[in-house]
Design a protein around this ligand. Structure first.
Ligand SMILES: [Cu+2]
Length: 185
């Protein structure tokens, strides 16, 4: 027992380092802009979401501009408003597909699931682990999920980066054409 303690500590530190590294790689891609807070002067853009499309194919923005998006989901399916470049949005689809596959995300909303955590170092295999109820989280700073029948706000400050899209990365939606472009003017 005395000999295993330092090993446990080292394992915990390595795990913490790995977790931190993956959090960084999951962070914002550089230079696409950042989340912001609206002021009374902030321009508002209304975006209607339906099954399976956005109300517009392109949105004009100015470099450095902060825009308040009011996103109204009039469909029966969950939709997303994801700001980014096509390559990372396509990559994000894999993450969303995994969430749907493990049941934490359904086509119409977020679900709860139970995850069993292994007990470590206790030598106790009965019960098999520690249960945790997990709600689907989608906390990417550049995206927001809008449940069917709801309206959400999303405020974003654009950089001067070109080739930015808004897209829904729920499985099949991007391919069905649920993507549009920001035009820098
Ligand atoms: Cu969608």
């Amino acid at each position: 027992m005395k000999r295993s303690r330092p090993q446990l500590l080292i394992t915990a530190l390595l795990f913490a380092a790995a977790t931190q590294a993956s959090a960084q790689t999951l962070g914002l891609e550089s230079n696409i802009g950042q989340p912001a807070k609206a002021t009374p002067a902030t321009r508002t853009v209304f975006v209607k979401m339906d099954d399976i499309s956005y109300g517009q194919k392109s949105i004009d923005v100015k470099p450095g501009e902060t825009v308040r998006f009011v996103l109204k989901n009039e469909g029966a399916l969950m939709h997303e408003f994801n700001i980014g470049k096509a390559v990372s949005q396509l990559d994000h689809q894999r993450k969303m597909a995994a969430l749907v596959k493990d049941g934490t995300l359904t086509p119409t909303g977020k679900a709860k699931s139970i995850v069993w955590h292994e007990r470590s170092g206790l030598g106790d295999s009965n019960p098999p682990g520690i249960p945790e109820v997990v709600e689907a989280i989608h906390d990417d700073p550049n995206a927001i999920l809008v449940e069917p029948g709801t309206t959400k706000e999303f405020v974003w400050t654009f950089s001067d980066s070109a080739n930015l899209n808004f897209a829904c990365t729920l499985p099949g939606h991007y391919q069905a054409g649920m993507v549009g472009e920001f035009v820098m003017r």
